[in-house]
Write a protein that binds this ligand. Structure first.
Ligand code: URA
Ligand code: SF4
Length: 269
């Protein structure tokens, strides 16, 4: 099967937008990314061929309108627990980051999403708007999502810390430790099938490790303290600085799509 039929026109346009050469789809008979790279996280469950182009935007498995289009995705009402958590976070002063914030940045998207994307923390624009990934890196994340037939209303996007670190520095270990219980509760309440950790801070704090992204990407990680498996890939801000790595990130996302297919088939999409 040719890749032209596996990817819609819109997807190919987006891949072009993201980076003409390196975001090309892999062929169906390529080995899965990471297939030969050990099995720290357990064997990959999705080694089958990628099926023909299909709508992977299954962001709302517990609803009848589960195959929402990208243009007007209905957003499910947030469960009261998630709204209560948002309110708690908005008043939080548990770490020093609270003093520099304009507002907390809780998360955005479908509270019943199959996919959760996790970044490190709000930047300037996010702090101003109260929404994650709305700056330059966010534009690239949006393009990555669209290339996967997803968007920010069908997935859920959140960060390790909910308040902006000054001068966009990385959140400290103490700050991440203070904030991550909120993210863990979001994960419990939303119950995504798969988490995509964007960049080192997200991957290391979620998986409680100090290994570099390059050593963790390309496979799923199963952490004892997290229900969903975690796929690690590069942060979009890093990809803006190092566009030569976009090909690897796209391989990671394709692996994530295959894994999601398998998870949805196993669990009932
Ligand atoms: N980078 C992140 O990690 N998170 C955001 O919300 C924005 C930029
Ligand atoms: Fe609270 Fe998290 Fe903000 Fe720290 S970063 S004040 S723990 S919400």
């Amino acid at each position: 099967m040719g890749q032209d039929t596996r990817f819609s026109r819109a997807q190919r346009d987006l891949l072009d937008l993201m980076d003409t050469t390196v975001w090309m789809p892999r062929t169906a008979d390529d080995p899965p990314v990471g297939a030969a790279s050990g099995s720290e996280g357990g064997p990959s469950s999705a080694t089958a061929e990628r099926p023909p182009a299909r709508d992977l935007a299954a962001g709302r498995r517990r609803q009848d309108d589960s195959r929402a289009s990208n243009s007007t995705p209905p957003v499910a009402a947030a469960p009261p627990e998630l709204e209560a958590l948002r309110t708690r976070v908005a008043a939080c002063t548990a770490c020093a980051l609270h003093s520099g914030r304009r507002q907390t940045v809780f998360g955005v998207g479908n509270p019943r999403a199959d996919w959760m994307f996790v970044g490190e923390g709000p930047g300037e624009e996010e702090d101003r708007r109260g929404e994650p990934f709305v700056g330059r890196a966010g534009k690239l994340l949006d393009a990555m999502l669209r290339a996967m037939n997803l968007d920010r209303n069908t997935v859920y996007i959140a960060n390790i810390v909910k308040c902006r670190p000054p001068n966009n520095r990385n959140p400290g270990l103490d700050e991440a430790a203070a904030c991550i219980p909120y993210l863990k509760r979001q994960i419990e309440l939303i119950a995504p099938r798969l988490i995509v950790a964007l960049g080192a801070v997200a991957a290391q704090r979620l998986l409680e490790t100090d290994r570099p992204v390059g050593a963790m990407r390309g496979k799923l990680h199963y952490a004892a303290h997290l229900e969903p498996p975690v796929l690690v890939t590069y942060h979009p801000a890093y990809l803006l600085r190092s566009p030569g790595q976009k090909g690897k990130a796209w391989e990671d996302l394709q692996l994530a799509m295959r894994e999601m297919d398998a998870l949805q088939e196993a669990g009932g999409a």
